[in-house]
Design a protein around this ligand. Sequence first.
Ligand SMILES: [Zn+2]
Length: 161
Amino acid sequence: MSIDNILNRLDRVKETGNSKYLACCPAHDDRSPSLSIRETKDDQILLNCFAGCDPQSVLDALGLTFSDLYPEPLGHHFKPTKQRVNAREILASLDHESLVVAIIGADFINRKSLDDETWERLATAVNRIHSARAQAAPLQFKQWCGSRQPASKTAQRKEAA
Ligand SMILES: [Zn+2]
């Protein structure tokens, strides 16, 4: 979805910088615009309410889902290629995806049931975090994967504790 499409749904939109906007947050009674809308270089849209609404409530109020914040289907951004690693893109993706995981994780911890769409979004986030990590730090990632596989009994006990 394009950022214009999202801006069209908001009130008192004000451009504050290059691909950065402020608008009234639709998730709370917002008198002075406190929702920041930002488009990253790879066309992801980031939403942040400075009054503290979580992104899910903002999206609900807009009638959108997390997938609407992405222009491309799953996995597109971090296909293994020989291109130079773009640290900024990786960081932006890690930042965004960890937020998604944190939000869905909080629901999970509160034993809310997750619908199919949320599960799918969680899977997407996990995939994106893995591929971002694989690009950002290939060696550590490999070691981490290796350490996860044949878990020794000591390691299992440690994890269980
Ligand atoms: Zn808000």
